[in-house]
Ligand binder design. Structure first.
Ligand code: LFR
Length: 469
């Protein structure tokens, strides 16, 4: 008899993939069926948006490729916060805008006139990020939300596959409209923010059946926030672990049984996002490999023949701690000339501006490692936990230099892998719903271990330069 197969659609901000996961002896074996680029595009005169129709086409093509394997079900996860609006005719109304669009400038101030920061955090437990859904909604033109239904991206694709409207809870927790304690929409916040009461569809849980897709394949709600799927797939044993889900973003923190809503957690801008099985992803979202991918894009546009492997090798030979930046500098958020922005941040903090690509990359990776360490140290303090080991999952797990620097900065071992953590977590939730995997975390072997090296005091001093201590 064939092993049960599941289809995981995992959409990242630079690439998407359709994976087939087979469950064999309690482990998931992933094969990639399709990979495609996703990146946001500037619409002339009309902002930064995602081509969701194209993504949907890729999902359908992936499902056709999976059909011979007779999948049990399909699940979709993607980055968070972005949404489409469905009109009374059932059609997508307008574009799905990208969270990096500048339309949210000034919206935090506008919300503050209606809801104070303390209340917002006490209810949602969410880190302030300028692009949280609530701010994007406040940036919509007047009247645009009337008689509309908001669908987060995975829910929109699920709707196109099945005709069913809903909001999966892990991703809903990134909107700043969900009460993280009750895990229900906050009617109070929705009203105080001035949003229409009918905007948000009913919630669903990871593992719920959404409906039936083309060819009769059941479509399941998974942990549809990619980070929630990735954290569910962290191959940890025991309690004292931290994680960094590392891709476009670096999400570094802890898995906890409940939220930490203390004033200290709010002051540290920590998030409490909903995880699988009632867990909370207590983490800090900082800019991640976006700094590197944007730099590479710019260098290549200028005609530099540069490969990621070569520039990483060269960066490994660069001297340590020449220049550090705070990856969370808001100047790095929009697409653009990242090497120049990094150079400027270095000059402004009295450090040498890196010029050669290898030096820029060294600055990026040391800065990310320091941000990882700062987030994990703060998480442990706020939640009163110990961290004995850090799991780096997602695309960043492949970056050996970043993993090593993260181990050095944290002072504990780093275990790398899996790379396809979101897809693995996606399959895991489906396989559990089908009763072919047990409730424990999915089994996978980290493929590399990095022991901490070097001088902790030097790392601390570097961190202090840019307030990452
Ligand atoms: C990672 C991620 C983060 C979220 C950011 C924007 O892919 O989902 O968790 O903060 O993208 O949606």
């Amino acid at each position: 008899e064939r092993e049960p197969a599941f289809v995981a659609v995992d959409l990242g901000a630079s690439s998407g993939r359709v994976m087939l996961g087979r469950v064999r002896n309690g482990a998931v074996d992933l094969t990639e069926l399709r990979r495609f680029t996703t990146g946001p595009r500037e619409r002339p005169g009309g902002g930064l948006r995602w081509d969701v129709e194209e993504m949907y086409g890729e999902v359908l093509a992936g499902l056709r490729e999976a059909a011979p394997s007779a999948p049990v079900s399909v699940g979709i996860d993607s980055w968070a916060v972005d949404y489409g609006l469905i009109g009374p005719d059932g059609k997508l109304d307008g574009d799905v805008r990208c969270y990096r669009d500048s339309r949210t400038d000034g919206m935090a101030g506008r919300l503050r006139e209606r809801v104070d920061d303390e209340t917002l955090y006490a209810v949602t437990g969410l880190q302030y990020l300028p692009f949280n859904t609530i701010y994007q909604l406040l940036a919509e033109p007047p009247g645009r939300l009337v008689d509309r239904t908001l669908l987060l991206l995975p829910d929109l694709l699920g709707y196109w596959l099945t005709g069913e409207l809903g909001a999966e809870v892990t991703n809903a927790s990134t909107t700043a409209l969900l009460d993280v304690t009750t895990r229900q929409w906050s009617a109070e916040l929705i009203e105080r923010a001035g949003l229409p009461a009918g905007l948000l569809p009913p919630l669903r849980q990871p593992g719920d059946r959404i409906g039936t897709g083309p060819d009769g394949v059941p479509v399941l709600a998974v942990a549809s926030h990619d980070t929630a799927s990735a954290v569910a797939a962290v191959p940890a044993s025991g309690e004292n672990f931290g994680y960094v889900s590392c891709g476009t973003w670096s999400l570094a923190g802890l898995e906890l049984p409940g939220p930490v809503l203390s004033p200290a957690a709010r002051a540290a801008n920590f998030t409490n996002e909903a995880g699988v099985d009632g867990t909370v992803r207590f983490l800090r979202n900082t800019m991640g490999l976006w700094l590197l991918s944007e730099s590479l894009r710019v260098w290549r546009e200028r005609g530099l023949a540069i490969t990621l492997g070569e520039v990483l090798d060269a960066a490994a030979r660069e001297p340590q701690f020449v220049s550090i930046v705070d990856p969370d500098d808001q100047a790095f958020l929009p697409p653009g000339d990242m090497p120049e922005r990094i150079a400027r941040a270095c000059r402004e903090s009295g450090q040498p501006a890196p010029e050669r690509p290898a030096a820029v990359v060294r600055t990026i990776l040391e800065s990310l490692a320091l941000a990882h360490a700062a987030s994990l140290r703060t998480a442990a303090r706020l939640a009163d936990r110990e961290i004995d080991v850090v799991h780096v999952v997602g695309g960043g797990a492949r970056n050996a230099l970043l993993c090593q620097l993260t181990a050095d900065a944290c002072g504990v071992p780093v275990l790398a892998g899996p790379v396809e953590a979101s897809a693995l977590g996606n399959v895991y939730v489906q396989a559990r719903a089908a009763g072919v995997l047990a409730a424990e975390r999915p089994v996978s072997e980290p493929f590399a271990r990095y022991a901490p090296r070097g001088d902790r005091a030097a790392w601390r001093a570097a961190a202090e330069r840019v307030g990452l201590a």
